[in-house]
Write a protein that binds this ligand. Structure first.
Ligand SMILES: [Zn+2]
Length: 362
């Protein structure tokens, strides 16, 4: 079974089960796939860069995967039958960045992404992949939480970028942690919560805001994390969230939210842009430009992540089971059978944070 999408809309189809396995390949049985805004943008026809593999008239969906290794080719060394792996999404093209394994920083757009553009995804019962794109999950106690590795690797890369650019001034506090710094996160989806967790884990005072509380779920998660959560009114930021910000992370893609965040940056402040935008605008003023210069402000955009970021993502997820008990579990609010996957892809239910499809028992 697979899910295909043509122009817009999706349907369940039969896809052939792979039989031949070449020397460098692994045969994977899908356990879980996650659903995110990108999937819904593809289904609705809004994401214009979505495309099927070359020579195919449909795309099998799914880029957040978790799978069990069923069989391995003769030359596969690091992965064995029975291992659990997270398949990587983006596969390299021919540019310099791609050739050194940093297709997340591709310079010419000549990459493909499983379930998004030019390569079939993971929403099917079995698929073949290469050893080098299968990231092994050593902590099997993560169970289905390991399906959060794919979104988490984006957060790890962004945090890495933030720490890199802030090395130009001293961001650490007296004890070497970041507990005198404040991070404000716009948007309480799965990515926003994972950003809140990574900043909190390094000691930041974290503020999270969203247009709604997802049936009280964001308040509950924020209490467990020891962070401040506010519901924002319209496009405005909560009034006490907008001054002297050390770091502002946008996961909404809203120009007005980002504009208010830029206005609120403090000295040596950093704006991290993660959310892509579906339109709108913001009037940049001369005063704001002067203020950003005078404050040594930085604006970073980041996308995707490298294999190392997947590995680090798994380390964070494992350590957070103890550091923030129950919070990762709270992110996955719904689990569906493959038979319900079309409805799950089409419909976001009230209170939903992350919806996953369970393909097989682990
Ligand atoms: Zn490239």
């Amino acid at each position: 079974m697979g899910i295909r999408t043509g122009q817009a809309g999706a349907q369940l189809i039969d896809v052939p089960q792979p039989t031949e396995i070449s020397d460098d390949q692994v045969l994977l049985k899908t356990l879980y796939t996650g659903i995110c805004g990108t999937d819904r943008g593809i289904i609705s026809g809004q994401l214009k860069f979505a495309r099927p593999p070359a020579g195919s008239d449909f795309l099998i969906m799914g880029h957040e995967g978790l799978a069990e290794v069923q069989d391995v080719g003769k030359s596969v060394k690091t992965i064995r039958r029975g291992d659990i792996v997270v398949p990587m999404v983006r596969r390299p093209g021919g540019c310099l960045q791609c050739r050194i394994g940093r297709q997340d920083n591709c310079e010419d757009g000549d990459f493909v992404e499983a379930g998004i553009r030019g390569k079939d995804g993971f929403m099917r019962e079995y698929f073949l992949d290469e050893e080098k794109y299968s990231v092994k999950v050593y902590d099997r106690s993560l169970g289905r939480l390991a399906v959060l590795t794919e979104p988490m690797k984006n957060v790890v890369k962004s945090f890495d970028a933030y720490r890199t650019v802030t090395r130009r001034s001293i961001a650490q506090c007296g004890d070497g942690s970041f507990d005198c710094r404040r991070a404000t996160i716009a948007g309480g989806g799965p990515i926003g919560i994972l950003f809140a967790m990574i900043f909190r884990s390094y000691g930041f005072d974290v503020q999270l805001f969203d247009r709604n509380d997802h049936l009280g779920k964001l308040s509950a998660v924020s209490e467990k994390l020891g962070i401040d959560f506010k519901v924002s009114e319209g496009t405005g930021l909560p009034p006490n969230f907008i001054e002297g910000l050390d770091v502002f992370v946008d996961t909404t893609g809203s120009p007005s939210v980002i504009g208010r965040g830029l206005e609120g940056l403090g000295h040596n402040g950093c704006m991290v842009l993660f959310g892509t935008s579906s339109g709108g605008g913001y009037q940049l003023t001369g005063d704001l430009i002067t203020s950003l210069v005078e404050k040594n402000a930085t604006i970073i955009g980041t996308v995707d992540g490298s294999k190392a970021h997947y590995i680090e993502a798994l380390n964070y997820l494992s350590s957070w089971k103890g550091m923030f008990p129950g919070v990762l579990e709270d992110i996955i609010t719904q689990e569906d059978d493959p038979e319900n996957s079309i409805s799950a892809l089409n419909t976001k239910v009230t209170g939903e944070i992350k919806r996953v499809i369970k393909w097989a028992d682990q």
